[in-house]
Design a protein around this ligand. Structure first.
Ligand code: NAD
Length: 495
């Protein structure tokens, strides 16, 4: 049996013992994870520094704080989210108990990406633990040091049978994908996303695909351009542009292009000094393969700001490209690096047409003062998330579902959405073996009279929204009285 297969078999056996189910156990594991983040912070940020040359503060700001906040949120709400959720009844089911019971799915495979490895690997794990699952964790091999830290530390703090870490590259991941899971949660690019979905289809395993793509950013000429560019600069060049929801390119009118360039340049200087190469807050491209890929993308475009680079250090300066044509190399694929192309359009309408001609993005940004423009962008386009007058910030709002649509992914997570995504929401109807009078209208022989009753209860009674609340209450009271008389309603408790 391969190492990957062993991990999955052990995780399933551990799940079958039922120990991941009790809330106390889930809470205990989440608290252990919290402890890991507190006690081993240094090892975590050191590894991130080796992988991405990020400063300790940036790593904490960009991922650890979010992961810690997610654990806190789960601990605070788990009892409520895991409880049965009452569902509304119809007149026919008035005497029954109708509710939704979240239940664990089983064994979840979590495949992470390298750009924010803790956020994209551990955040789904938090959801999996909270929902009572076992989870096989596969960190990205591209962030070599972080994958090693996860492999070493997670088993020390967590139940290592229920939540094994399996490291490795493509062959190891493919071996993992040959096994059977109850859910696969993948973060990475769309090409591999298709491989994941194909593997999952063999076992009819549901998937969450957190993918990427080109996230557009429209700037209206009448907005506060200086403020807009400050926020865009932050969103674009954080983590050296290796952010799935980074604004990929700017769309604006020709009249403001020079101003946009000047303002972005000013903000680059403010955030990363005159020489970003020596600024501790400016990260590096993850490896030389990606360095070459990004440098290649610049070909044929005019550099307005930056452009300098150093292959031996995987350094590419914060760069702005001007007058970029839609056919340019840099406009073909997600950039995932510190290049910011400006594509000129005649206004909001053309920007919308431009966006709609392409794949649905993961994030869509608009900078505008006019609410009508924001609403128009929202109503006439589609994307995983929409943010007006800022960048990236929706990722940190756990009450919003985070995920893509179309080519940018399927499924969503964060907070309660993670819990629900990795649970089965089981519909439960609990009846009593009495009150047969109410049921007789559905049993043969089917007669016109019985059908009239069915029509009354199913169609008329549900279409009574127009009735005055008092009348509706009176009718409900009447039907309840009848039903209660016919049945012996002993209160059923969910727990
Ligand atoms: P990556 O190279 O780390 O790959 C992701 C995972 O897929 C890894 O664990 C890797 O082992 C596995 N993998 C790679 N090739 C495989 C193959 N042929 N078969 C099976 N498994 C394979 O990461 P990446 O794809 O370079 O990540 C960058 C992409 O991820 C970007 O497109 C980015 O936008 C996207 N992303 C999305 C989110 C999100 O939340 N939506 C977050 C981060 C990154």
């Amino acid at each position: 049996m391969s190492r990957q297969q062993q991990a999955v078999v052990r995780a399933r056996k551990a799940f079958e013992t039922g120990r991941s189910r009790p809330l106390e156990y889930r809470i205990h594991q989440l608290k252990n994870l919290q402890r890991l983040l507190n006690e081993r912070r240094k090892e975590i940020v050191d590894a991130l520094k080796k992988d991405l040359k990020r400063s300790d503060e940036s790593s904490q700001l960009f991922e650890l704080v979010t992961v810690e906040a997610e654990i806190n949120l789960m601990l605070k709400n788990l009892k409520e989210w895991a409880s049965a959720r009452p569902a509304s009844k119809t007149l026919v089911t008035l005497a029954d108990t109708v509710y939704i019971q979240p239940e664990p799915l089983g064994v979840v495979l979590i495949i992470g990406a390298w750009n924010y490895p803790w956020a994209v690997t551990i955040q789904p794990l938090i959801g999996a633990i909270a929902a009572g699952n076992a989870a096989v964790v596969k960190p990205s091999e591209v962030c070599v040091h972080t994958a090693k830290v996860m492999e070493e530390l997670l088993p020390v703090y967590l139940d290592k049978e229920l939540y094994p870490v399996v490291t490795g590259g493509v062959p190891e991941t493919q071996e993992l994908l040959r096994q059977k899971y109850d859910h696969i949660f993948y973060t990475g690019n769309s090409t591999v996303g298709k491989i994941i979905m194909e593997a999952a289809a063999k076992h009819l395993t549901p998937v969450t695909l957190e993918l990427g793509g080109k996230s557009p950013c429209y700037i209206d000429k009448n907005c506060d351009i200086s403020m807009a560019c400050r926020r865009i600069t932050w969103g674009k060049y954080s983590n050296c542009g290796q952010t799935c929801i980074a604004p990929d390119y700017i769309l604006c009118e020709p009249s403001i292009q020079d101003r946009v360039i000047e303002e972005v340049k000013k903000s680059i200087k403010e955030f990363y000094t005159d020489n970003p190469k020596t600024c501790p807050d400016y990260a590096r491209i993850i490896n030389q393969r990606h360095f070459k890929r990004i440098m290649n993308m610049m070909e044929g475009s005019k550099i307005a700001v930056g452009g300098d680079n150093d292959e031996s250090d995987c350094y590419i300066a914060p760069t702005v490209l001007r007058d970029v044509k839609p056919e340019a190399k840099v406009m073909q694929d997600e950039i995932f690096g510190p290049l910011l192309p400006i594509v000129l359009v005649s206004g909001l309408d053309e920007a919308i047409t431009f966006i709609n001609k392409r794949e649905k993005p993961l994030a869509l940004y608009i900078f505008a003062q006019d609410d009508k423009m924001i609403k128009k962008m929202r109503d006439q386009t589609s994307s995983g998330g929409l943010v007006a007058n800022d960048c990236l910030q929706h990722f940190a709002i756990s009450s919003l579902p985070f995920g893509g649509v179309g080519n940018s992914g399927m499924g969503a997570y964060h907070g309660k959405f993670s819990f629900d995504q990795l649970s089965h929401l089981r519909g439960c109807l609990i009846k009593k073996l009495n009150n047969e009078a109410m049921n007789s209208m559905r049993y043969p022989p089917h007669t016109p009279k019985k059908l009239d009753w069915v029509r009354f209860f199913v169609l008329k009674a549900t279409g009574m929204g127009w009735m005055k609340p008092v009348m509706l209450l009176a009718l409900l009271a009447m039907v309840t009285a009848v039903v209660l008389q016919m049945s012996d309603v002993a209160g059923f408790t969910y727990e």
